[in-house]
Ligand binder design. Structure first.
Ligand SMILES: NC(=O)c1ccc[n+]([C@@H]2O[C@H](COP(=O)([O-])OP(=O)(O)OC[C@H]3O[C@@H](n4cnc5c(N)ncnc54)[C@H](OP(=O)(O)O)[C@@H]3O)[C@@H](O)[C@H]2O)c1
Length: 239
């Protein structure tokens, strides 16, 4: 499939990776780009159509899908992360529910609302923005990691279901990317534009999974080892 002439809906398009997805879709000749944003009044990007969307609100999701029946490609990008303390803290369950509401149930909800109108002539696609933490829990991001692992499982299930409708489903896995989400982390970060370009290149090449940085590729390569990277991170360092 080609991005050119497609009609793209990006959730969480106000900034970060979502905005990079929306801009790159336009640059590749998308016929229309809907920017799903929580605050359309504060959003102005040339060539994009802002649509009010809060992925945690079922009515908002339904009305966004109803307003955009011509969408051919859905990018499930909206997501949140929070720094976590102990998994045994009193607040741990509430925090996990909050994160799952956006990162897992949000993806489910939006996919369910948009899926019926996606075309089945080979031009339909869904891109789910996952993470390297899908395969490796990080101590300070444990509920976030769990939500991305759940979203990965959902992605695989949806891919199997939509195969018969000829709709491609792509999972994007990547470590730290330079956006607001990671502003408090002083670590090497991937460039969002580069991550998005790799994702669209993979989609256009007919691939189903994108490993957008070296760390994620190294982690994935350990998964079949007796001691993979999610059990012993030292494996990733070759120690
Ligand atoms: N940055 C990274 O290192 C990294 C790595 C791997 C995966 N990811 C994933 O990439 C995706 C985008 O993250 P980012 O790094 O671009 O973060 P970001 O800069 O913080 O942007 C998050 C986006 O999600 C939107 N959003 C949050 N909750 C929402 C809701 N309930 N309904 C609709 N929109 C909502 C935000 O909208 P507002 O402007 O209204 O807040 C914003 O547009 C997320 O799924 C994240 O988990 C990020």
């Amino acid at each position: 499939m080609k991005i050119e002439n497609s009609v793209v809906f990006v959730t969480g398009a106000s900034r970060g990776l979502g905005l990079a997805f929306a801009r790159e879709a336009l640059a590749r000749g998308a016929a229309k780009v809907y920017a799903g944003v929580r605050n359309p009044a504060a959003f102005s990007e040339p060539g994009m159509v802002p649509v009010a969307l809060d992925v945690t609100d079922p009515a908002s999701v339904e009305s966004a899908a109803k307003a955009t029946p011509d969408v051919t490609m859905l990018v499930n990008n909206a997501g949140i992360a929070e720094i976590t303390g102990s998994p045994f803290a009193d607040s741990a369950e509430d925090q996990a529910r909050r994160i799952f509401e956006t990162n897992y149930y949000g993806v489910m909800r939006v996919t369910r609302a948009f899926e019926p109108s996606l075309p089945d002539d080979g031009s339909g696609a869904i891109v789910n923005v996952l993470s390297d933490v899908t395969w490796r829990s990080v101590r300070i991001l444990a509920p976030y990691a769990a939500s991305k692992a759940a979203a990965w499982s959902f992605t695989n299930n949806v891919r199997a279901h939509l195969k018969e409708r000829n709709i491609r489903v792509v999972g994007l896995h990547v470590g730290f990317v330079d956006t607001d989400l990671t502003k408090d982390f002083d670590v090497p970060k991937a460039n969002p534009v580069d991550v998005v370009r790799q994702t669209f290149d993979a989609l256009e090449a007919g691939e189903s999974e994108v490993l957008a940085d070296a760390g994620t590729r190294a982690l994935k390569a350990t998964l079949s080892l007796t001691v993979p990277g999610y059990i012993d991170p030292d494996v990733l360092e070759g120690r």
